[in-house]
Design a binder for this molecule. Structure first.
Ligand code: AGP
Length: 603
């Protein structure tokens, strides 16, 4: 996702801005830019693609002596990854960079257009700088104009703004997106969206809280919240670079598991308005001509697809068929143009998925990519794209990419049900309410994590794991087993619970570990019978359920939910953490498991 840096001081501005952005590179981006204000003039540079392009563009640029600078890496949400859409965005005398999404940008933009303001980009960010300048034109000082601007914005933001009206000042604001301020012993002031870029430059930092904003000048920082002044709570910065990127977690995978609550919020952002799902990206699909959906994907993305197949048929009443991309390609499939062809991919580069997509396109099908990486091969090939907005995923074993895929597919199901008028409005309300509760369901309960850590020592051997579930908990069982396999190298299978008695139950004995997903909101009694059958054959049972189950050898109690998807996401977290803890105990490389690659670009 996007990265932000800022600097006030006498050193060469370009050095910190570019090196800081380099530290944020791992978050993923598709364009970058900087602006420097010195001696009453602003210089700005932007480039698409890698930071090396911006580096090359600014090679001969120097800005030593007192001045201020801001820099940004952009991960496109509104508008394509072009140079015009890259940050900073400018008005007549001010420049802004922003992470997050301004949810009410359309309303603000309409008002500004009526005032004759001209917009250059398709971004939500550009409204910030024009709104700020409008308040100044109306007689406000730069400080009150910034305060008024911030109070007009809804959504998530970390903002840095510079203006010729106050040439020594960086204005800043933070809400729901991280922003850190650092101060050096030479009285320089630094900004960044994480502490990693600040290591080596400052000894103390302050992590801003939601709703805080203010302005920084040479030597001084004014911090406010709801127009009331706040004290600066600086703390020592003692991290090394890699652990800073991991934010104190032992592995990137662990960080990504903990991040899910936040990134799912990003996936949802701007996509729900009242009782409706808004997917502007799909406004040109004529759903009257679509009678069915076929989804192709691999690995974890395939499990997200399988989960969605239950949702499409149950909620949107649209036939949905899911295939593993490498199978689909060679089966001489029957395809027709009234079926929407959907591919799902975290990386956007998976060879089999890409080739399946090309096949569908060649047959004249309308194609949609659900992907985490904008501008990837799959995104460039598909007719339409929904970005999952998980931010870059470093752990090879996918976690937050899966969560955001399922959320995007759920949104798409509801959107399609609305377009085809197959979803009653009361059901729509229930679904939207359930969707909005997911970020909360994805908060990691430290006590459960601790319990999984303790339990994990009992699951380091045995002749296999069966993860079992029914309905949407069956693809979740497949995903839980895949996670465990990938990072523990133990044999694990996901199975539909009702199928165990048709063969696999022959394996049951005390050395067979069954991980039973027993939600209360969906088929609890059916699932209970299946688990009892395994218990009767002496399988060791780890039950995950909100309902105490006396036959369980180990039990993880989940919270009460009123919607199956709430249970789904809480159980997903638990299976991810279980795999993580087993892998750590076995001493494996959690983030880079043997034999696996993050992007599978070969067939
Ligand atoms: C997930 O943990 C795996 N690393 C793998 O199964 C992955 O989901 C699969 O290779 C598909 O990748 P994609 O989503 O990038 O297309």
């Amino acid at each position: 996702m996007c990265g932000i840096v800022g600097y006030i001081g006498v050193k060469e501005k370009r050095n910190f801005l570019l090196s800081g952005l380099k530290e944020l590179e791992y978050r993923g981006y598709d364009s970058a830019g900087i602006a420097v204000l010195k001696n009453g003039e602003i210089d700005s540079f932007k480039a698409t693609g890698k930071l090396s392009h911006l580096d090359a563009k600014t090679k001969n640029y120097s800005s030593s002596g007192f001045g201020i600078g801001i820099g940004h890496t952009r991960w496109a949400t509104h508008g394509k990854p072009t140079e015009i859409n890259a940050h900073p965005h400018w008005g007549k005398f001010s420049y802004v960079i922003h992470n997050g999404i301004i949810e009410n940008y359309k309303e603000i933009k309409e008002d500004l257009l009526k005032d004759g303001v001209e917009f250059l980009s398709q971004t939500d960010t550009e409204v910030i700088v024009h709104l700020f300048e409008k308040f100044i034109r109306n007689g406000e000082t730069a400080f009150s104009a910034f305060e008024k601007t911030v109070s007009s914005l809804q959504g998530a933001y970390a903002i840095l703004l510079i203006s010729l009206k106050e040439p020594d000042v960086i204005f800043f604001a933070k809400n729901a997106v991280p922003l850190v301020i650092g101060k050096s012993t030479d009285n320089e002031i630094f900004f960044s969206s994480s502490d990693a870029p600040l290591i080596g430059w400052v000894k103390e930092v302050m992590y801003l809280e939601d709703g805080q904003y203010g302005w920084a000048q040479n030597h001084s920082i004014t911090l406010l919240k709801n127009t009331t002044s706040q004290s600066l709570k600086m703390q020592p910065l003692t991290l090394d670079k890699i652990s800073a990127q991991k934010d104190g977690y032992r592995f990137f995978m662990e960080k990504e598991i903990y991040e899910q609550s936040l990134v799912v919020g990003e996936t949802l952002m701007g996509r729900i308005k009242g009782n409706s799902v808004v997917l502007d990206e799909l406004s040109h699909i004529n759903f009257d001509n679509i009678n069915a959906i076929k989804i192709c994907a691999c690995g974890t993305s395939y499990h997200a697809a399988l989960t969605a197949s239950y949702l499409f048929e149950r909620l949107a009443k649209v036939r949905c068929n899911v295939e593993i991309a490498s199978e689909f390609r060679y089966k001489t499939p029957l395809l027709d143009t009234t079926t929407l062809f959907v591919v799902i991919s975290q990386s956007g580069e998976t060879a089999d998925t890409l080739e399946a997509l090309k096949m569908a396109k060649n047959r004249g099908m309308t194609t949609l990519a659900i992907c985490n990486v904008d501008n990837s091969s799959i995104v460039r090939t598909a007719d339409f794209t929904l970005l999952t907005r998980a931010g870059i995923e470093k752990g090879v074993a996918s976690t937050k990419a899966f969560a955001t895929q399922v959320i995007t597919l759920w949104l798409f199901t509801l959107f399609m049900g609305e377009q085809k008028k197959t979803i009653p409005s009361e059901l729509m309300t229930e679904e939207i309410e359930a969707l909005l509760r997911i970020p909360l369901a994805l908060h990691v309960d430290e006590a459960i994590h601790e319990k999984l850590h303790r339990l994990s020592k009992r699951y380091l051997h045995g002749h296999g794991f069966f993860f079992i579930g029914r309905d949407i908990f069956y693809p979740l069982a497949l995903e839980g087993a895949l996670k465990l396999k990938e990072i523990s190298y133990l044999h694990a299978e996901g199975y539909p619970a009702g199928e165990m008695k048709h063969g696999p139950i022959a394996l049951a004995d005390s050395e067979l570990f069954t991980i039973a997903l027993m939600p209360k909101t969906l088929l609890y009694d059916k699932m209970k019978s299946n688990v009892e059958e395994l218990s009767a054959r002496d399988s060791t049972l780890l039950v995950i359920s909100p309902e105490t189950f006396e036959l369980a050898d180990d039990f993880i109690k989940t919270k009460a939910h009123i919607h199956p998807m709430g249970e789904f996401f809480e159980m997903m977290l638990i299976t991810q953490l279980l795999a993580l803890e087993i892998s750590i105990r076995l001493g494996n490389d959690v983030d880079m498991p043997r034999n696996l690659a993050k992007s599978v670009t070969v067939e």
